[in-house]
Design a protein around this ligand. Structure first.
Ligand SMILES: N[C@@H](CCC(=O)N[C@@H](CS)C(=O)NCC(=O)O)C(=O)O
Length: 80
């Protein structure tokens, strides 16, 4: 599996959509809350160019859009 990280924050409904999908499917990915830790927000802007969440970072590349993230997980997630 590539290296994965999900940038998100609590209270973001699009993030909840992705986290709920992950929970339902037993998917564990390191989470980076950009409100709890403003350094993560800066990190995300450095990677993807904007602070929009959710964003799944796949081997250092940003994938924005909750539905695209879920689709990517459907196609690619394999528990290690
Ligand atoms: N269409 C996007 C919407 C994401 C979105 O609007 N996220 C909000 C938080 S709930 C956000 O990050 N807004 C700040 C920004 O876009 O810079 C998705 O489905 O992921």
């Amino acid at each position: 599996m590539p290296r994965l990280e999900l940038y998100h924050y609590e209270g973001c409904s699009y993030c909840t959509r992705v986290r709920d999908y992950m929970k339902k499917n037993g998917i564990a990915i390191p989470l980076k809350d950009i409100h709890a830790n403003p350094a993560y927000r800066e990190e995300l802007i450095g990677i993807g160019g904007k602070a929009q969440v959710p964003c799944l970072v796949i081997d250092g590349k940003a994938l924005y859009e909750s539905l695209d993230i879920i689709e990517w997980l459907k196609r690619n997630w394999k528990a290690s």
